[in-house]
Design a protein around this ligand. Sequence first.
Ligand SMILES: O=P(O)(O)OC[C@H]1O[C@](O)(COP(=O)(O)O)[C@@H](O)[C@@H]1O
Ligand SMILES: [Mg+2]
Ligand SMILES: [Mg+2]
Length: 335
Amino acid sequence: MSNLNQSLGEFIIENQNEFKYSSGELSRLINSIRLAAKMVNHKVNKAGLVDIVGKAGDTNIQGEDQQKLDVYANDVFVNGLVNREIVCGIASEEEDDFLSIKGRKGKNENKYVVLIDPLDGSSNIDVNVSVGTIFSIYHRISEVGTPVQLEDFLQPGNKQVAAGYIVYGTSTIFVYTTGHGVNGFTLNPAIGTYYLSHPNITFPDKGNIYSVNEGNYVHFPQGVKDYIKYCQKEEEDRPYTSRYIGSMVSDFHRNMLKGGIYFYPQTSQSPNGKLRLLYECNPLAFIAEQAGGKASDGFGRILDIKPTELHQRVPFFSGVKSMVEKAEEFMAHYT
Ligand SMILES: O=P(O)(O)OC[C@H]1O[C@](O)(COP(=O)(O)O)[C@@H](O)[C@@H]1O
Ligand SMILES: [Mg+2]
Ligand SMILES: [Mg+2]
C-alpha cells in the first residue's frame, strides 16, 4: 500500500520485506543515502553564495578536474556511510580505488558495497543547471567479515540489489528501485522530508525526445549518425525534439517521465564513450528496465556486461524500449 503522503523513510521500512537478504541493513543504507543527499541538496541550492563553486584544484583518476562540489558531495556520502558503519566497501567516481571499511571494532560484518557518482553533471554546477547523484548497491560476494575485494565491485549490473539517483533540480527528487518497480520521492524543503510523488514510474511506450551531445556528431560511428538523421527526419511521428541538459541523471529522468532516449555513444577519440559502467550506466540501466525501458551499449544489455575495471567506460543508450531498439538496428548495420 503506497500513498502520496507516504514519506520515503516510511516507504523504505514498509517495503524492506521485499529485499532478498532482508535484515533492515539495506533500509538503513538507503536511509543513509537519503540523509546525505539532503546535505548535498542544501549546498547545491546555495551554490554561488557559498564557496562551493569552481575547481577544487585536483584531478580524479579519470583525469577530470574535480569541482569543489564533486569533492564536497563525495565527502558527505563517504563519511555518512562510514560513520554509520552501514557498508563494508565503497567505490566512487572521485576515489581512485575502492575503500574497504574496517569498522570501529576492526571487523566489519556488513553485507553491502556501494558504488557512487557523488555529483553527476559537474559541468553544470556553476551555471544553475540541474545536477544529481547516482548510486548502485550490491551484496558482497567475498566472505562477510573479511576485507572487501575488487571482485565485490566488479559484479554485472544484473546483480544489483538496489540502485537510484537524486536530481537537484527545480525540485529535488529521490528515485530508486530494489527490483520491485521504480518510485520517486520529492523533497519538501520546508519540512526536510521526501514524499512519494511519483509511484510506480514507467516509461511511455512511445517517445519523441532524443538527447545526445550533437557537438560530437562528426566523431560518431555511422550507425549513430544514421540514427540521429532518423530522429530528425520528417516522417511519421518525427522529427523528434532534441533536448540535452548535459547532466546524464537529469536527461535520463526527463526522458523517463516524458518519453525519450538519452545516448552517449563511442566516438573516434573515445572508443568506449565517456560514461562509467559501474556508477553511472548500471544503476540507470536497472532503473530503466524496472520502469519498462531499455539500456544498451548499442549492441547488448548493459546489465549483462561483466566489468573488468572500477572506472571503465561504456557507450550508453537508454530510454523508451522501442527507441533504443531502433538505435540498435542502426548500429547493427555496421557490424
Ligand atoms: O559535456 P559532455 O561531453 O556532453 O558530457 C556530459 C556528460 O558527462 C557527465 O557530466 C559525466 O558525469 P560527471 O559529471 O559525473 O563526471 C554526464 O552527467 C553528462 O551526461
Ligand atoms: Mg556522472
Ligand atoms: Mg560525477
